[in-house]
Design a binder for this molecule. Structure first.
Ligand SMILES: C[S@@+](CC[C@H](N)C(=O)[O-])C[C@H]1O[C@@H](n2cnc3c(N)ncnc32)[C@H](O)[C@@H]1O
Length: 267
């Protein structure tokens, strides 16, 4: 059953509250990693056929289309899919796919040269089943791209990371407090959150508090499905609220997110 609050997904609001994604530093990192993923495809396809799993408002879709990939943007939310059609259908490289939240039942095996997902797995209770599904729909020589999922460091809070957060985040964020106080609709969300602690305003569920992504289990599935890991990179996510100088001081000393690029063996 689709959770009720996916129906209200609002792409503009989603992009507004996600300063952790829609900022130039994170966008540049993402673009360059996606370029690596596209270049790693060895299926022989003239034009890469890509899947953006859990596409939201089209964060990955935009880059994939700009990189020339024919992109299927897939999500649970009709509103997000409508937004994708509005923004990208003129490119001639875009199509949408409505998901059921559990699997890719309507997608035959080995359909895509590249399957990519960004900040989605921690929303999916049985995310390991989804990883298997993503493997299934990738062609031999095709690439699986998993990005923006927290590493254990994020949960364990080692000293350097705690120090980074203390220095990088504004001590008192008056702008945020003021905008929250004036946001009348926000009070409805607070009430919903009281009823359901897993409720998230932007229309997602986090599988909180157990939304740890078990990377070792993901890699075990990839090995089992015949994928080789090409890139495993931990990075410190830049959020728009961070002090930029502090971010640069710490970005090579600690990390809280991971990107993984793997390719399906051809034989
Ligand atoms: C944090 S958003 C990320 C959206 C987008 N990938 C981005 O980079 O901005 C999480 C997305 O996952 C979708 N989602 C949540 N649960 C899902 C599930 N079980 N199967 C597929 N998508 C899901 C949500 O509708 C939402 O679009």
């Amino acid at each position: 059953m689709e959770p009720e609050y996916y129906k209200g997904s609002d792409a503009a609001a989603y992009e507004r509250v996600h300063g952790d994604i829609f900022n130039s530093i994170e966008q540049q990192r993402l673009r360059s990693m996606l370029l690596d993923a596209v270049k790693s495809v060895r299926t022989g396809a003239g034009r890469v056929k890509a899947l953006d799993f859990g596409c939201g408002s089209g964060n990955l879709t935009r880059h994939l289309i700009e990189l020339g990939a024919h992109t299927t943007s897939a999500d649970l939310s009709d509103d997000f899919l409508k937004d994708i059609r509005r923004k990208f259908s003129a490119s001639g490289l875009s199509e949408t796919l409505k998901l059921n939240g559990r699997d890719l039942a309507d997608v035959p095996d080995a359909q895509f040269d590249l399957a990519a997902t960004y900040s989605v797995l921690h929303h999916v209770p049985d995310y390991l089943a989804i990883v298997r599904e993503l493997c299934r729909v990738v062609k031999p020589g095709g690439v699986l791209y998993i990005d923006h999922e927290a590493t254990e460091t994020y949960y364990r809070r080692p000293a350097a990371y705690v120090e980074f957060l203390r220095k990088a985040r504004p001590r008192v964020n008056w702008r945020r407090y003021l905008s929250l106080a004036l946001d009348v609709r926000g009070y409805v969300h607070i009430l919903r959150r009281l009823r359901n602690p897993r409720y998230k305003r932007e229309g997602d569920i986090h599988v909180w508090p157990d939304d740890h992504i078990e990377w070792d289990k993901i890699e075990a599935i990839l090995a089992d499905e015949g994928f080789e890991i090409l890139v495993r990179r931990d990075y410190l996510l830049y959020k728009a609220i961070y002090d930029l100088a502090v971010y640069h001081e710490y970005k090579d000393r600690c990390a809280d997110e991971r990107v993984l690029i793997a390719r399906r063996r051809t034989a």
